[in-house]
Design a protein. Structure first.
Length: 430
C-alpha cells in the first residue's frame, strides 16, 4: 500500500508495514533470529558488497527493526532510519559517523546530563572535541566553527531546561558551510518535525515517549535525506574519502544509486556493524506498539502538563515554573514556531527552601514515580542536581538549566485530578 497521508495519527499505524508477506499477520512479527538464509552465493556476495540491500545478520539489520525504522522515517518526513540499542548509542553514533580524532562539533549547552557527559568526557577521550555554546545566540555556533567542525548538535526541547532550540536559525548557519544540524527530538515527537525547519539528522531515545511504557531501551537515528553532502566535500571527509573497511568505497558515491541515504547507511554498515549496539527485535516490537498510540498519548501529556503548570504557578511554595507554555519574548516566538501541537509533557519548577525542600517533596510523592526516565504513560519526578546531572560541575549544571532547587516532572496520562492531588499533598510536606 502506498501511504499518501501526512497525518501522524495515520502514519504511525500504517507506514512501512501492511502485513507479513508469508503469513498475512497484520501486527509486525518479532523476527527473533540472528541470521538469514541467502538465496545463493551471488545473492550473498551482492548483500555484502552493498550491490543490493537485504538481511545478513541481526546486528546490522532485522525485519522487525526495519518496520520501526520505516515508520519513524515516514513520521518525520525523512529518507531512512537506523534502530540502535539506546538513545545514548544514537547520540554517540550520530557524531562518530562524521567526526574523527582531531575533529570537533559545536553543541548547545542545553542538554540532557548523559549527553553532556558523553560529549565532554567520552568523545573527548576519543579525540573528538565538543564546543558548547549558548543557543540563545544562534551566531555563537558560527563563531565556534573552524575548518574541522563536522556537525552542530542540539535538543529540540532540552531536558531539563525546556527552552526550545532555534532549529532553522542554526541549520541555516551550517548548510552553506557543509555542516549538518543533528537534533535530538526525544522530548517532542509529533510536536515538532525538525526536518521541516532545516535539520539534517534526528536522533531519538525511543525509551521515552515513543515506547511510552517504560519497558524497553532503544534509540533511533533518522536521516532526512535533505542535506547536500556534496556541497562542501572537504567538510565531510568521513563521507568523501575512501573507506578501507569497504574496499575503498567513497560513501556519497557508493550509495548514490540507492537514494540520499549515504549518512545513515554508512552508520549502519560501519558503526553498527563494528560496535554492535543493535536494537533487539523484541524491543523494536515494543516500540512499534508504543508508536501506534503516540499521537493520542502525547496529546494527553500536553493537556495534563499545561494544567499542572497553571497549578504550580499559583502555589505559594513554588518559586518559578519552567514550562514552554509559559515562555515570553523570544523564547515564546520559538515555542510558537517549532511546537505546533502542544507544549510537551515535561515541566520543571524551583521550590522554595532549596535542595532540602526538593528532597522532601520528592519523598512525599505517592502517585508519581521517583525514576530517572521521562515520557512514560505514568507521571514521574526527579531532582536532577543530585541524579541525572550530578556528574556535572556546578557551572555546567547552571548552563544546562539545573539549580539545587529544581525539580523535574514528566507528566503522565492519569486523570488530572489525581495528578494535582498528589502534587498538593507532597508540596504540603515540603
Amino acid at each position: 500500500m502506498t501511504l499518501s497521508s501526512k497525518n501522524p495519527e495515520t502514519i504511525v499505524l500504517h507506514a512501512g508495514h501492511r502485513a507479513d508477506p508469508t503469513t498475512g499477520a497484520v501486527a509486525v512479527p518479532i523476527y527473533q533470529t540472528t541470521s538469514y538464509q541467502f538465496q545463493n552465493t551471488e545473492h550473498a556476495s551482492n548483500l555484502f558488497a552493498l550491490k543490493e540491500l537485504g538481511n545478513i545478520y541481526t546486528r546490522i539489520m532485522n525485519p522487525t527493526c526495519d518496520a520501526l525504522e520505516q515508520r519513524v522515517a515516514a513520521l518525520e518526513g525523512g529518507a531512512a532510519a537506523l534502530a540502535v540499542a539506546s538513545g545514548q548509542a544514537a547520540s554517540a553514533m550520530a557524531i562518530q559517523n562524521l567526526a574523527r580524532a582531531g575533529d570537533n562539533i559545536v553543541s548547545s549547552t542545553d542538554l540532557y546530563g548523559g549527553t553532556w557527559n558523553l560529549f565532554a568526557n567520552t568523545l573527548k577521550d576519543q579525540g573528538i572535541e565538543v564546543r558548547f555554546v549558548d543557543p540563545e545566540d544562534p551566531e555563537a555556533f558560527a563563531r565556534a566553527t573552524d575548518d574541522r567542525t563536522r556537525a552542530y548538535y542540539a535538543e529540540t526541547l532540552p531536558n531539563p531546561k525546556l527552552s526550545v532550540f532555534p532549529i532553522r536559525e542554526v541549520a541555516e548557519i551550517g548548510r552553506p558551510l557543509g555542516i549538518p544540524l543533528i537534533v535530538d527530538n526525544t522530548a517532542a515527537p509529533i510536536l515538532c518535525r525538525p526536518f521541516d525547519h532545516g535539520a539534517a539528522v534526528i536522533v531519538y531515545s525511543t525509551t521515552k515517549y515513543i515506547g511510552g511504557h517504560g519497558t524497553s531501551i532503544g534509540g533511533l537515528i533518522v536521516d532526512g535525506g535533505n542535506f547536500d553532502w556534496d556541497a562542501v566535500p572537504a567538510r565531510q571527509p568521513a563521507l568523501h574519502t575512501p573507506d578501507p573497511s569497504y574496499h575503498g568505497a567513497v560513501w556519497v558515491d557508493a550509495v548514490r544509486p540507492l537514494g540520499p541515504i549515504a549518512y545513515v547507511l554508512k552508520a549502519r554498515v560501519t558503526l553498527l556493524r563494528d560496535t554492535g549496539a543493535a536494537m533487539s527485535p523484541f524491543n523494536a516490537f515494543q516500540f512499534i506498539q508504543g508508536l501506534e498510540t503516540l499521537p493520542l498519548r502525547i496529546r494527553a501529556h500536553c493537556e495534563n502538563a499545561a494544567r499542572v503548570a497553571d497549578y504550580l504557578q499559583a502555589h505559594p511554595k513554588v518559586e518559578r515554573v519552567i514550562f514552554p507554555g509559559l515562555a515570553k519574548g523570544k523564547a515564546k516566538e520559538r515555542v510558537d514556531t517549532y511546537l505546533n501541537r502542544g507544549f510537551g509533557g515535561l515541566l520543571g519548577f524551583e521550590i522554595k527552601g532549596g535542595k532540602d525542600a526538593g528532597a522532601s517533596f520528592i519523598n512525599g510523592l505517592e502517585l508519581f514515580y521517583h525514576v530517572a526516565n521521562i515520557g512514560d504513560a505514568r507521571s514521574l519526578a526527579i531532582h536532577p542536581a543530585t541524579t541525572t546531572h550530578s556528574q556535572l560541575t556546578a557551572e555546567e549544571q547552571i548552563a544546562s538549566g539545573v539549580s539545587d532547587s529544581y525539580v523535574r516532572l514528566s507528566i503522565g496520562i492519569e486523570h488530572i485530578d489525581d495528578i494535582l492531588a498528589d502534587l498538593e499533598q507532597a508540596l504540603a510536606k515540603a
